[in-house]
Design a protein around this ligand. Structure first.
Ligand SMILES: Cc1ncc(C[n+]2csc(CCOP(=O)(O)OP(=O)(O)O)c2C)c(N)n1
Length: 579
């Protein structure tokens, strides 16, 4: 029976059908659902690793010992996994190894946009780019086959639109694969210089063989129609080209590294005007021009953001059509906000009141940068905040640290915050780090992490003891606070900022969406309201400013967290009796 599936669901299905044994990942939009869906198959061992590097290493171990394995991550996750990736690209594997990268042109939910096809080329490994869900499922199988045939890790690159859009496909059967007994092969896998040098030569030779294969591969195909315009494209752009230019000839590239040179030459010869249309970087165009082929690309299309069918029609045919994807004129702008009842709101209220510099990190708490809280100074990448705070201290002195905090979520701390804290301790910083422990990886949709006590399959597991971990590093000043206890938190913050030693404050309260809190608990009494606007300054979406200056608490949104009552200067916020 045919069913609609997202690209991410289709990857999980294809991997299951391909007999994959291990899927290791760290969440990150738009890749997360691959692992969540893979975890539903009993035959697959799936895990959330603490970060992408570890996920990659788990997958490498599984593949080097003969299993089929996949590591999944968003584009920036590959930056974290690059170290093992660059060397396993030399050593090769035994069972198939696929690195799934989900890139995010347009930065729908990312801190940057980067074209990971470049990383595939840099690592000298094959890169496959499906253009819909059905291809996601077919390409993942092809990726495992190529991986084993050429003894190489393979990158499967999705973009947001392929990962999250749906198309029809039919579920097949799993091809069970026997796991061979483990065999030692230190010459291949101990990448000391003497062994790594010959492996580099092998990797270069492999690339030549892959190039020859690319020219024969059904993953690449020429669709010759009207030869006035010929377009070379890959991934989702193929769908856009078909929609925008149904008559044009198209060279659809499914295996984009290494490119099929012969195929490209013959396609170029058969069309009058040749265009290379690609989102983000000119990865194919650069190589095609280096072949001496005259093609137009980035002089017409941007290096920035997504390309749409309308863009293609406008650029190539001069037809201006309203893009259905640009909503700016028709819709009210709704900036992202922390949810009603979000524990992070309490933390940022306290930090704002204390007038401290907040060196932030990535998670829901990045939204503490939005007005009216506007409390966060920096957000660079996961885990960056603690090290950055130490760097600032080393430039501006200890007094600077006494009015500065690093703020990091529980999942992010486990991902890449621990080593920053080790640096603070080792190099005698006095930074105060606030770990926002909301018991979940909230931003990407509630994934488990090493502090939650559950696996990706929802099974109970070992739970890292956060306080013991921090103390184990050597931090002696460890305090736990409730982020909604404004007075208590403010007092502890003052004490820890004043300390000459490094300290950690754990702001602990579960994500409101885990609690599914009670509704409609509070209201504002006009007689007691000072009309001071303090309750509005916490930026709760349940509280609305009114013309009478007495704000209203919307019962359908209030979850009864009580933070507005804590910040009210005159007991004007009242809890409803009997609820
Ligand atoms: C290297 C990298 N991997 C993954 C992501 C996606 N991502 C952003 S923040 C985050 C974790 C947020 O969880 P946590 O730190 O617990 O904060 P919360 O959202 O729960 O407040 C993830 C997975 C990313 N931006 N960068």
């Amino acid at each position: 029976m045919k069913q609609l599936m997202t690209g991410n669901e289709a990857i999980a299905l294809g991997a299951w059908e391909a007999g994959v044994h291990v899927v290791a990942a760290y969440p990150g939009t738009p890749s997360t659902e691959v692992t969540e869906n893979a975890a539903k198959y009993a035959e697959i061992y799936a895990e959330w690793a603490p970060n992408e590097k570890v996920a990659m290493e788990v997958a490498i171990g599984a593949a080097v010992s003969g299993g089929r394995a996949m590591a999944c991550m968003k584009h920036v996750g590959v930056n974290v996994a690059m170290d093992p990736l660059m060397t396993v690209a030399f050593s090769g594997i035994k069972g198939g190894l696929v690195l799934l990268t989900a890139d995010d042109p347009g930065m729908h939910s990312s801190q940057n946009e980067q074209d990971n096809r470049r990383i595939g080329r840099f690592a000298k490994i094959p890169v496959l780019e499906p253009s819909d869900s059905s291809e996601c499922r077919e390409f993942i199988k092809a990726a495992f086959d190529i991986s084993e045939a050429f003894d190489t890790p393979v990158m499967l690159r999705l973009t947001t639109r392929v990962a999250h859009s749906q198309s029809l496909l039919e579920k097949g059967f799993r091809e069970e694969r026997e796991i061979p007994p483990y065999e030692r092969d230190p010459q291949k896998y101990v990448m000391a210089p003497a062994n790594a040098r010959p492996r580099h030569i092998i990797a270069e030779e492999r690339l030549l063989k892959l190039k020859a294969m690319s020219d024969e591969s059904p993953l690449n195909r020429a669709e010759i129609h009207d030869t006035a315009i010929g377009v070379i494209c890959s991934g989702i752009v193929y769908q856009y080209v078909k929609e925008a230019l149904p008559e044009a000839s198209v060279l659809k590239i499914g295996l984009s590294n290494p490119l099929p040179e012969k195929m490209i030459r013959s396609f170029a010869d058969s069309v009058r005007e040749l265009y290379v249309i690609e989102e983000l970087d000119d990865v194919m165009e650069e190589q095609i021009r280096a072949m001496g082929i005259d093609a137009k690309g980035k002089e017409l299309f941007s290096y920035v953001g997504e390309i749409f069918p309308e863009t293609i029609r406008e650029v190539l045919l001069g037809e201006k059509t309203a893009s259905p994807y640009r909503y700016d004129k028709d819709l009210v702008v709704r900036p992202p906000v922390l949810c009603a009842g979000c524990p992070h709101r309490g933390t940022f209220h306290v930090l704002k009141k204390a007038k401290v510099n907040v060196i932030g990190d990535i998670g829901c708490y990045t939204l503490g940068a939005m007005p009216p809280l506007a409390a966060v100074d920096t957000t660079i990448c996961m885990g960056a905040g603690i090290g950055m705070t130490l760097g600032m201290e080393k430039v501006h002195g200890k007094d600077f640290s006494k009015k500065t905090v690093a703020v990091i979520g529980d999942s992010t701390f486990m991902h890449s915050g621990i080593t920053g804290l080790v640096d603070v301790f080792y190099n005698k910083g006095c930074t105060t780090t606030i770990i926002l422990d909301n018991h979940i990886t909230a931003m990407t949709g509630h994934q488990q992490n090493p502090l939650t006590g559950y696996t990706v399959k929802g099974e109970p597991t070992n739970k890292v003891d956060l306080e013991a971990l921090v103390r184990g590093i050597g931090i002696e000043r460890v305090r736990v606070v409730d982020p909604f206890d404004v007075k208590g938190f403010s007092k502890i913050l003052k004490e820890e900022l004043a300390a000459e030693e490094p300290s950690v404050i754990i702001a602990r309260r579960p994500c409101e969406l885990l609690l599914k809190g009670e509704k409609d608990n509070y209201y504002i009494e006009a007689e007691r309201c000072l009309r001071c606007g303090k309750c509005l300054k916490i930026g709760c979406p349940a509280i609305e400013k009114t013309s009478s200056k007495v704000p209203i608490i919307h019962g359908d949104q209030c979850v009864g967290c009580g933070l507005c009552q804590n910040v009210c200067g005159n007991d004007g916020v009242i809890r409803k009796e009997g609820e």
